[in-house]
Design a binder for this molecule. Structure first.
Ligand SMILES: Cc1ncc(COP(=O)(O)O)c(C=O)c1O
Length: 380
């Protein structure tokens, strides 16, 4: 049985309240608040005006695949050719297509937890089985080598990595990725790495792509997308890179499902990759200011304690001092403060005792949210 995605169900409640005239501050939806950069919008408009509205190549436009391969070679140090790239309807569809392609019934997949809500559901739909590996705050949300080795069985097919991570904002250091790479090689595992927040990192922390590590390219599926870095959540554009054999098989799944991502959106993706580095930089700078303000202010209440995220745009405060469960906390916050957060349990059992709040919001909204949160917590 699949559970409805809680990060989708909760905004529905907020919308209903808003429709009833309540001023709800929505810190639940994991998306940037900026408009998509103008150059990107213009490229889509031009493509539409030129009548670029018909079926295109299923793997993605040649020029976009080339741009992705070039980006992966120069920025991520992964030796990728155009034929090893598939363009998808968001990173989510890249992940789903990857699981459908590589998993056989009963295959086990190691999934770090707390983690992105959809990994588990996608693995199950693809016939696989989720095996959680713990990201503990006491270990700075890093992976534990002993635990991973203990959880590997003859059925383990793959390990998922998500760094920077949703919902915690942890960024795995190079040595942890090397540890995973060594295990993957020793135990013949695939690594499916979701690098959608790669550009959103703070304090000089560096993101590394595991596919760039020696002998890892052929056992890694690198997934990424345009939603977060370029503020393009609604456009639905992403991609995956892997060895040609895997990409060719993913392509068959894509041909028989979505056919290809929207033609004129792909044209816009080329401009995003090639021309928008400055826009990304200033958006990340704004997120850092939001993070510094929001997390520091949350930590001023004695009912919450929040680990300082190193990337992405989520705060994941510990809420145990409130004596509420994660679900009760989110309910209380919505009812009393009209602030919408996501219960930590939406991200797996290890999210128990936490809540997720998105800080990629306009500063004045965060400045309004903080006193509301504080005042309802002070009543406890
Ligand atoms: C870790 C992670 N991966 C993938 C996605 C989905 O990205 P896209 O919009 O490209 O499908 C999200 C969205 O929240 C995410 O947090």
């Amino acid at each position: 049985m699949l559970n409805p995605s809680e990060t989708v169900a909760l905004p529905d409640k907020a919308r209903a309240l808003r429709q009833a005239g309540v001023d709800v501050i929505d810190l639940s939806e994991g998306e940037p608040y900026f408009d998509t950069p103008e150059k990107i919008k213009l490229a889509a408009k031009e493509a539409l005006d030129e009548g670029f509205v018909h079926y295109v190549s299923s793997a993605g436009l040649k020029e976009l695949r080339q741009a992705v391969a070039e980006k992966l070679r120069t920025e991520n140090k992964i030796d990728v050719q155009e034929s090893e790239v598939i363009v998808t309807v968001g990173a989510k569809q890249a992940l789903f297509t990857a699981f459908l392609t590589v998993l056989n019934p009963g295959d086990e997949v190691l999934i770090p937890e707390p983690g992105y809500v959809s990994y588990q559901a996608m693995v199950i739909v693809a016939g696989g089985k989720q095996v959680s590996v713990n990201l503990l705050e006491t270990r700075d949300f890093r992976l534990d080598e002993e635990e991973i080795k203990e959880k590997i069985t003859e059925k383990t097919k793959a390990v998922i990595l998500n760094s920077p991570n949703n919902p915690v904002g942890a960024v795995f250091p190079k040595e942890d990725l090397k540890m995973i790479a060594d295990i993957a090689k020793d135990c013949n595992l695939l690594v499916i790495t979701d690098e959608i927040y790669e550009k959103i990192v703070y304090d000089g922390v560096q993101h590394y792509s595991i596919a760039s590590f020696p002998e890892m390219k052929d056992r890694t599926i690198t997934v990424n997308g345009f939603s977060k870095a370029y503020s393009m959540t609604g456009w639905r554009l992403g991609y995956a890179a892997a060895k040609k054999e895997i990409i060719d098989n993913m392509l068959k799944v894509q041909q028989h499902s979505v056919t290809h991502p929207t033609s004129f959106v792909e044209k816009a993706g080329i401009v995003a990759l090639k021309e928008c580095e400055e826009e990304v930089k200033w958006m990340v700078k704004a997120y850092k200011e939001c993070r510094d303000y929001f997390v520091n202010e949350l930590n001023k209440t004695d009912k919450l304690s929040c680990w300082m995220p190193k990337g992405a745009f989520y705060a994941f405060p510990k809420i145990v001092e409130t004596k509420f469960s994660s679900e009760e906390f989110a309910e209380y916050l919505l009812k009393e403060a009209h602030v919408l957060a996501v219960p930590g349990t939406a991200f797996g059992d290890l999210g128990r005792g936490y809540a997720r709040m998105v800080y990629s919001r306009p500063m004045d909204e965060l400045e309004e949210a903080i006193p509301r949160i504080r005042s309802v917590l002070e009543k406890l």
